[in-house]
Design a protein around this ligand. Sequence first.
Ligand SMILES: [Fe+2]
Length: 77
Amino acid sequence: MVDYTLLEEVIRGLNIDLSWEYAAITQYIQHAASLHGAQYFAVIEEIEKHIEEEKNHAITISNMIQYLGGVPTIEVA
Ligand SMILES: [Fe+2]
């Protein structure tokens, strides 16, 4: 027997995590775009790696939510 209350709680928690992944992506993009000058090229490159990592986290969490029968949020924390 499936405990739907627990399942819904897990999906709800994953959606909260997903909304924070979106927030991290947004913040990293804004931070990278705020840096100007050649002295920041390495920093921007590093930030862009983190954007990719956060995107992959968001995709993984979205797939988990979908697998559990939920709908991934589009809300940004
Ligand atoms: Fe993340």
